[in-house]
Design a protein around this ligand. Structure first.
Ligand code: XMP
Length: 317
């Protein structure tokens, strides 16, 4: 029978045999898969694993700093690269969802390639690919899974010519979590909701500005912290806020306001392929809505999304 302990022991031995003294680069995302892959490789080859954590400026509030700190505490050899400005520039005046994704993918590849070049004599690219990704991506562009086909632009960047090592490619998500727990990774990190690679860019409908990102980060933080405070976070598969491209009329004192609307979304799911909206308590929604409207300047209306997938997708774009 499969046990996380046996998996860790065997995999570390196999990786040591396979990698010897070679150098490996790995992109950390803050998510479960890349983190578990990194810790496993770190156990096997120590500082010959060079982790790169890119801030695309589209992460949750304070996420880059706090996760980077956590990675360092775990003993990873990690470099944090703040490329927020570069991504914002790449997204300028872009409203189309797929073009946003492409722009982000392209910027990521460029930043990652630059960083990978700074590691002298690197031989391997490690990825946190898990079994469902393997199935999903056969025939797309070979073994490179975290970087999907639509992110691939022109010729292959150099880091994609590296040999690939994917220590989690035979595991399902729950097994990845068990392996992470076995290696002492913070349960909070292991229990995190999924978060899309393009981040808040696909939750800001329409074009993206630094101010809109800031507003959405504030709203999202109030919602997510509220879920944690009310012990609802672990009952939800994924949650987040969407900044809508409409203004609505409101009133503050004797002034009329004309400000942004945000939608809150929380779903139950097992794999994201289908999803049901979560019946969150009215008292919770009331508290969160009040906090958002009172504390986030520029927002005067909050709505809750009660659509299930299909036909509505989880993200709004
Ligand atoms: P949808 O909106 O298609 O989302 O119901 C299903 C799951 O996929 C995530 N998602 C993405 N993840 N890049 C990602 O890495 C993307 O472009 C992307 N689009 C959606 C979404 O957050 C949900 O978990």
């Amino acid at each position: 029978t499969w046990t996380p302990t046996a998996f860790v022991d065997t995999t570390v031995a196999v990786l040591q045999e396979q990698l010897g003294n070679d150098k490996v680069v790995l992109g950390l995302s803050g998510g479960v898969d890349s983190t578990v892959a990194a810790i496993l490789l770190n156990k096997a080859i120590g500082n010959n694993l060079y982790c790169i954590f890119v801030n695309n400026g589209l992460l949750r509030k304070n996420e880059f700093e706090s996760v980077l700190h956590q990675y360092k505490d775990m003993g990873l050899n990690v470099k944090g690269v703040d490329a927020s400005e570069r991504f914002l520039e790449a997204l300028k005046n872009e409203s189309d969802p797929e073009r946003k994704r492409k722009a982000i993918g392209k910027a990521f590849i460029e930043v990652f390639d630059d960083e990978a070049h700074q590691v002298k004599d690197v031989d391997w690219l490690a990825q946190g690919t898990i079994y469902p990704d393997v199935i999903e991506s056969v025939s797309v562009n070979g073994p490179s899974v975290t970087i999907k086909s639509h992110h691939n632009v022109g010729g292959l960047p150099d880091f994609m010519k590296l040999k690939i090592v994917e220590p989690l490619r035979m595991l399902f998500k729950d097994e990845v979590r068990r392996v992470g727990k076995e290696m002492g990774i913070d349960p909070e990190l292991l229990g995190r909701h999924p978060f899309p690679g393009p981040g808040l860019a696909i939750r800001i409908l329409g074009d993206i500005t630094a101010e809109k990102v800031r507003i959405l980060q504030e709203v999202d933080a109030i919602f997510i912290n509220g879920l944690k405070k009310w012990n609802l976070y672990d009952k939800v598969w994924q949650a987040g806020a969407i900044l809508l491209p409409v203004n609505s009329v409101g009133v503050m004192g004797d002034e009329r306001t004309y400000e942004k609307v945000v939608a809150l979304r929380a779903v139950e799911s097992t794999d994201g392929m289908t999803a049901d909206w979560v019946n969150l308590p009215y008292e919770f929604l009331q508290e969160v809505s009040n906090h958002i409207i009172n504390r986030v300047k520029g927002v005067n209306r909050v709505v809750y999304d009660i659509s299930s997938k299909p036909p509505a997708t989880i993200e709004w774009e």
